[in-house]
Design a protein. Structure first.
Length: 164
């Protein structure tokens, strides 16, 4: 079982339902999913121990202020745990981008002096230099686009820019 299926199965479990053998085995092996399961159990325990529990949420058993307080507590708990319950897409570290950029530039520089390019210069002429220059420009532009796009908040802080 992979993490995606484990999370789907965790979301589908009822309060006191015991996870199946595949999920149990996955939780033993995967610390991320195990932590998620523990957090889900903790949220359920918090909800059960609150003044307005699962069993008293029928419309005829609660007052509006009581229901509003319960909703506010649940929403606060969700907001607090939102990032930890869902994997967030984090931008690669700037150092990783530097390594990728060095590899791209190094690779394109090395290509200029390869025997294949020397042979192509003999066969088709200096057109290959124009093609390689264009390739280098396109690769560098795409690299810079991804670098800036994935690190935009850091770049804005660095140059003290504000988003509109």
């Amino acid at each position: 079982m992979n993490c995606t299926h484990a999370r789907e199965e965790l979301a589908g479990l009822d309060r006191n339902e015991v996870p199946g053998p595949e999920l149990t085995a996955h939780l033993r092996e995967c610390p991320t999913c195990r932590e998620l399961a523990e957090r889900v159990r903790a949220v359920e325990a918090t909800l059960r121990s609150s003044h307005v529990g699962f069993g008293t949420m029928a419309a005829n058993q609660t007052t509006e202020p009581e229901a509003a307080r319960f909703t506010a507590r649940v929403m606060a708990a969700v907001a607090r745990d939102q990032e930890s319950l869902m994997p967030s897409a984090q931008a690669p570290a700037f150092g990783s981008w530097s390594a990728v950029g060095a590899l791209i530039v190094g690779g394109l520089v090395v290509i200029q002096f390869s025997t294949v390019v020397e042979w192509l210069r003999i066969e088709i002429g200096s057109v290959i230099d124009v093609a390689l220059g264009t390739l280098f420009g396109v690769a560098l532009t795409i690299y810079i686009m991804f670098l800036v796009g994935s690190n935009l908040p850091s770049i804005q802080r660095l140059f003290r820019l504000r988003s509109r």
